[in-house]
Design a protein around this ligand. Structure first.
Ligand code: ADP
Ligand code: TZD
Ligand code: MG
Length: 570
């Protein structure tokens, strides 16, 4: 290209970066390579932040959690075919969890891919992405990049948020077009996630149902946390005195030690509630599909959700409140007569009694001080340190590590607990930790099982390379669920067993981070305190009794046991 041409022409790389910047995207999470290396370089040179990962799934998970935390689509950049597929699991996970995210992937030569002539990294990515994303788009001309980016952004954040795939073939990235025409083709999306107001009659219907309730209950889901309508949600709950139950990522929306929290009396609250108001929570497996025995057969439901087709997906919804949570909660507060909806005292007393009993029995477990540590004693040490902090994110994954962590670690601030979510997926740990640290600048403590850690463990190099204030605590019980399974048939380890002596702390030392190895709660307290104080990358290898966990954690009922022909050794 001669000097004159360079001055008056732009190309697909530049247009993509400009379209993203025009729409307020500030950070790209990705893995570089053909054909998007220059896209990452140009983005970085233009002032965007580019965070390079060791695996696309982690880059995608970081983008997904960035979307959850900011209400803007998190952006993940991948190379063709295998890189695209590695990232796709995170895009699918984001869609399942209703997080707004965009995966932009370079792709190979269309003419060769479509005739399956065997290209470098050949794959029909656009069609491969469709079933796993909220939407997929492909840009076939550089002049359409602005349109493609605009469509991806609006689709990711409007209505029910989700993951969008945007395919950018190598030829389109390199295509040159006249600079003026290129600039004119870009679109700044106006009001990408418009408010969606509930119908007035829907508000009245819901309030009438609440007025009739003897044992009302509010369930807060991560949609409520995502909506960032914290004051209206809290105001409504406190004005009505209705007990609330937070789903795991909604913990902290109201503080866990709030007197109206029914978390410590969960089974009673679910089983006895006669009117249930779901706010940004789906009646999926995590809520027993709304069916007995978890719920009373004659309980009636109010559901606040932006997605109309979520209604009646598991049970009839007596009072659907379709709209965005901010508008719905503000609407309810505006039309509700003061004092007209009040949870009866007898119901509150019943829940309080149960809570007291359950809290006392948890405390007995926390007070025990066994050697080696179990999940209770390790989490108690972590809880005591975290109680002295504010603004710290907690990432939590594993099976027992997740289940105990959810119950024992109290949250006091919204959107600070990030975990395996709707899919129960392993591998989100370090990607979420990095996304949260990059987006907020705040400290992150990632509490992960030793198996869970393995899925994204190499990202400790990423954490060290960007010097992020992340402390990873590996709950090392030597396996998936437990470390004591025996294979009677050969010298190979049993399927759930990992190396019990593994020193995960040594891994981070290879990259210049702080490694700690702890075997007692006192050592754990000391290591975590030091790590948080230093604000530098740290990994604590925390030895947990290999027999302390339960197979499948709290999900034993979902794990079909083989009942015939499985005597040991056969
Ligand atoms: P949890 O797992 O915490 O129970 P879910 O992921 O099952 O939560 O449910 C989240 C719900 O929140 C989804 O049905 C989604 O459509 C809804 N949602 C997300 N954002 C909003 C919003 N701004 N307004 C209303 N509903 C929302
Ligand atoms: N692969 C993926 C992507 N997600 C999964 N959920 C699993 C495999 C299966 N799985 C679980 O459901 S939990 C888990 C696996 C492999 C790991 C549990 O072991 P851990 O935690 O060490 O992380 P605990 O504390 O030992 O239970
Ligand atoms: Mg384990």
């Amino acid at each position: 290209m001669n000097e004159n041409k360079a001055a008056s022409y732009t190309n697909g790389f530049h247009l993509t970066v400009e379209a993203l910047k025009l729409n307020g995207v500030t950070t790209i999470y990705g893995v570089a390579g053909i054909p998007i290396t220059d896209l990452a370089r140009i983005a970085q040179r233009s002032g965007m932040r580019y965070i390079g990962f060791r695996h696309e799934a982690s880059a995608g998970n970081a983008a997904a959690i960035a979307g959850y935390l900011t209400q803007k689509p998190g952006l993940c950049l991948t190379v063709s075919a295998p890189g695209f597929l590695n990232g796709l699991v995170a895009l699918a996970n984001a869609t399942t969890n209703c997080f707004p995210m965009i995966q932009i992937s370079g792709s190979s030569e269309r003419g060769i891919v479509d005739l399956q002539r065997g290209d470098y990294e050949e794959l029909d990515q656009y069609n491969a992405a469709k079933p796993y994303a909220k939407a997929a788009y492909r840009v076939d001309r550089a002049a359409d990049i602005g349109l493609g980016v605009a469509r991806a952004i609006r689709t990711a954040v409007s209505g029910r948020p989700g993951g969008v795939y945007l395919d950018l073939p190598a030829s389109v990235l390199a295509e040159e077009i006249e600079a003026g025409a290129g600039a004119a083709s870009l679109i700044r999306v106006t009001d990408p996630a418009p408010r969606q107001l509930p119908a007035p009659e829907a508000l009245e219907r819901a309030l009438a149902l609440l007025r009739s309730a003897k044992r009302p209950l509010i369930v807060l889901g991560k949609g409520a946390a995502y909506a960032q309508a914290d004051a209206d949600i809290r105001g409504f709950i406190e004005a009505t005195r209705i007990p609330f139950l937070p789903m795991s990522m909604a913990k902290g929306l109201l503080p866990d030690d709030h007197p109206q929290s029914a978390a410590a009396a969960r089974s009673l609250a679910l089983g006895q509630a006669d009117v249930v108001m779901l706010i940004g929570a789906r009646l999926n497996w995590l809520l027993g599909h709304g069916e007995p025995p978890h719920w009373a057969a004659d309980s009636r439901f109010i559901q606040v959700d932006i997605s109309p087709t979520e209604m009646d997906s598991n049970r009839g919804i007596a009072a659907p409140l379709v709209g965005d949570i901010g508008s719905v909660m503000a609407g309810l507060r505006a039309v509700m007569q003061p004092g007209s909806v009040t949870a009866p005292q007898a119901w509150l007393d019943e829940l309080s009694q149960k809570k007291e009993h359950n809290v006392a029995s948890l405390q007995a477990h926390l007070d025990a001080d066994p050697r080696p540590m179990n999940f209770y004693s390790a989490l108690r040490a972590i809880r005591e340190v975290l109680d002295t902090q504010s603004g710290v994110f907690v990432v939590n994954e594993g099976a027992n590590t997740l289940d105990f962590g959810r119950n024992i670690l109290d949250m006091r601030e919204p959107r600070k607990r990030l975990d395996c979510g709707t899919w129960g997926v392993m591998g989100i740990g370090l990607g979420y930790a990095i996304g949260a640290a990059v987006e907020s600048g705040a400290q992150v403590v990632a509490i992960v099982g030793d198996s869970a850690f393995g899925f994204s463990g190499m990202e400790i190099e990423t954490i060290c390379r960007y010097n992020l204030p992340i402390t990873v605590i590996v709950f090392n019980n030597g396996g998936i669920y437990r470390g004591d399974d025996i294979n009677a048939a050969s010298s190979d380890p049993a399927p759930t067993v990992l190396m019990p002596q593994a020193r995960y702390d040594k891994l981070i030392e290879a990259f210049g981070g702080q490694g700690h190895h702890v075997e007692t709660p006192q050592e754990l307290t000391g290591a975590l305190t030091a790590a948080l104080k230093s604000r530098t990358p740290a990994l604590i290898n925390c030895v947990i009794d290999p027999t302390a966990g339960t197979e499948s954690g709290h999900l034993q009922s979902l794990n079909p046991p083989s009942q015939v022909g499985d005597e040991k050794g056969k």
